[in-house]
Design a binder for this molecule. Structure first.
Ligand code: NDP
Length: 253
């Protein structure tokens, strides 16, 4: 087969949430090994454009942007169809889209039904929209990898809020069920980061400090360090239905 984690020339990757943080780093990693990378954005088109302009600075890079609001299945379907029409295949899909609210776990009264609905709709139904819509494209590809960005909040009772942690636990389970539905021709995996220094953490520096204190590696992670794992899962031939923890040992600390 003509692809590897070191060479994705001729392959096409849609990175949803590629306009910021972990998704942006994943887009850079995939582009660096030769993939055509399409930045899917939910709301911030100008950030997507800026990332795409940055990727294009590398000679030979091929990139584009597309609206891909995971909460809207028609937008997801349209994004995939656009990528396929323009690039001829959809070989890899990375879904880094996610939202949260920062509410301490003890503060039950601060959680509203509206918060639950918004977080579950983006993080779980949104992931479902991607998983349902991407299958036929990925099964037609010789690469055929879907990678979700989960969280250690979905593995341990922790994280920015209860609805968020529950949404990531549901996402992990969804990915395993999708791995069955995609088999045997394509794969579905999850990377579960710990605390990563992205725009997500702005205003929540206490979580970065907690990682310095509690993670086995005594620091928060960088987006590029999660992107390394995403690149592995985006090119794996034999892992499917797996949840790869990349948390510097935070969940063990
Ligand atoms: P960012 O805030 O930098 O990125 C969040 C991304 O989600 C943005 O690209 C945003 O794009 C996108 N997004 C939100 N809603 C939608 C939507 N409806 N449709 C499409 N895209 C959407 O934070 P991170 O990079 O840190 O977060 C990326 C993922 O990593 C999230 O799923 C998060 O849960 C997960 N994660 C982050 C951790 C951390 O410590 N930073 C730890 C564990 C997991 P736009 O604004 O255009 O909608």
């Amino acid at each position: 087969m003509s692809w590897s984690a070191c060479n994705l020339a001729g392959k096409t990757a849609l990175v949803i949430g590629g306009n910021s943080g972990i998704g942006r780093a994943a887009a850079e990693a995939l582009s660096n090994v030769g993939a055509s990378v399409i930045i899917g954005y939910g709301h911030r088109e100008s950030e997507a454009y800026a990332v795409s302009q940055q990727l294009q600075l590398v000679p030979g890079a091929s990139t584009a942007i597309v609206s891909c609001n995971v909460a809207d299945i028609d937008d997801v379907k349209s994004a995939l169809a656009t990528v396929h029409a323009k690039f001829g295949s959809v070989d890899i899909v990375v879904n880094a889209a996610g939202i949260t609210e920062f509410v301490p776990i003890m503060d039950l009264n601060a959680i509203t039904v509206d918060m639950w609905n918004r977080i579950l709709h983006t993080n779980v139904i949104g992931a479902w929209n991607v998983g349902q819509s991407a299958r036929s494209y990925l099964q037609d590809s010789e690469v055929g990898n879907l990678v979700f960005v989960g969280s250690i909040a979905g593995l341990t009772p922790s994280g920015s809020s209860i609805p968020y942690a529950v949404s990531k636990a549901a996402l992990h389970h969804l990915a395993k069920l999708l791995a069955k539905a995609y088999s045997p021709r394509a794969r579905v995996n999850v990377v579960a980061p710990g605390t990563i220094d992205t725009p997500w953490m702005e205003g929540h520096e206490e979580m970065i400090a907690a990682s310095r204190a509690n993670a086995l590696l005594k620091r928060a992670g960088q987006p590029s360090e999660v992107a390394d794992a995403i690149l592995f899962l985006a090119t794996t031939r034999y892992a499917t239905g797996s949840v790869l923890v990349v948390d510097g040992g935070l969940s063990l600390g």
